[in-house]
Design a protein around this ligand. Structure first.
Ligand code: TK8
Length: 336
């Protein structure tokens, strides 16, 4: 009797396992909610749409990606938590907003880490870039690819930033991230962490004087309507990262995962191209909108680097010396 029961149990477990593990080539009908923070009419929105179209094409319409822009599913933080809990399938957002979940992501927040977009691509798409991404898995997230947010520049309403002292007293919104907070405190600004979804209103109501983001975002989020001065600082390169809920990802078949991964990569390549082309036009567009733009002298840039130096040490303390050195080795390779 006991033996029969065990045998029945074994068969039941086996069938259960087979049902849970979708066959590797199976593609089922699925709805995928893909959230992001910027407006639909932005480099982020265009790439999200391209991703959705690619997935539909490659799956014969079975995998349906529904995109939700303008933080309509919540801020980066809120979406990350929804992914972890399994209430949302996918998103794209800043790596900087993931540092509270996976500390290693802080490596990308190192001020003045990259000198060019090409160097950023090489390091982000390298083994160490993947290794940092894979750290998300133990926290319930799966990282697919890095997209480009871009080099960040300062905007504010108080004064043009021409020298280091000009940061002094500026109430500056920063991403909710310890490295950004520290960097801008070191530069003398009054740094205030705030989710992106609250930023326009904070600028409009003068709760903060300024913010920092790539030209593309200053344009697509219409910050030019509420900001007077733009200073070309290029103080850090910001990646975006496409993530999926691990709980959900694990329930997909291999074929489904392959489709999503291939589409994310395709969208990445197109997004980087689109972002760079737009950035080249955006500065002129922002001037046309009435923003007063100034560049920094090489001396002032050198002083900024110097002042921000202690933030690099705290990144190292956070991510570990070994990992930081791996990134530096990859940087060197990319510079050759
Ligand atoms: C969009 C944000 C944005 C980022 C920021 O959700 O918060 O300033 O640059 O791109 O992730």
């Amino acid at each position: 009797m006991k033996r029969l029961l065990l045998a029945t149990l074994a068969v039941a477990t086996l069938t259960g396992a087979m049902a849970a593990n979708a066959q590797s080539d199976e593609i089922r009908s699925r709805m995928i909610r893909f959230g992001y923070g910027l407006n639909e009419d932005s480099n982020q929105g265009r790439a999200a749409k391209l991703f959705a179209d690619e997935v539909a094409k490659a799956s014969g319409g079975k995998l349906k990606v529904r995109t939700f822009g303008a933080a309509s599913l919540g801020s980066d933080d809120q979406m990350q938590n929804a992914l972890i809990g399994g209430a949302q399938e996918m998103m794209v957002g800043s790596t900087a907003t993931l540092v509270g979940i996976t500390e290693e992501m802080a490596v990308w927040d190192t001020p003045f880490l990259f000198d060019s977009e090409q160097q950023a691509d090489a390091v982000l798409d390298s083994e160490v870039g993947r290794k940092i991404m894979d750290k998300l898995e133990e926290k319930g997230l799966v990282g697919l690819v890095y997209w480009e947010n871009g080099f960040r520049n300062m905007t504010n309403n108080v004064r043009p930033i021409e020298k280091v002292d000009d940061f002094s007293g500026i109430k500056l919104r920063v991403m909710p991230n310890p490295v950004f907070l520290e960097t801008f405190k070191l530069l003398g600004a009054n740094a205030v962490p705030l989710p992106f979804s609250e930023l326009f209103t904070a600028l409009e109501t003068k709760a903060v004087d300024g913010q920092e983001n790539p030209y593309n975002t200053v344009l697509s989020s219409k910050f030019y309507e509420v900001q007077k001065y733009l200073t070309v600082t290029n103080h850090v390169y910001s990646p975006w990262i496409v993530t999926a809920s691990k709980r959900w990802w694990d329930s997909l078949s291999e074929a489904e995962r392959d489709i999503l991964m291939a589409a994310a990569k395709k969208a990445r390549d197109a997004e980087r191209e689109d972002t760079r082309a737009e950035a080249a036009r955006a500065l002129a567009a922002l001037k046309e909108q009435g923003m007063q733009v100034n560049e920094l002298s090489p001396e002032v840039t050198a002083q900024l680097r110097e002042k921000a130096q202690p933030a690099i040490q705290s990144v190292i303390d956070r991510v570990g010396q070994d990992l930081f050195q791996e990134v530096e080795a990859e940087l060197k390779k990319a510079a050759q």
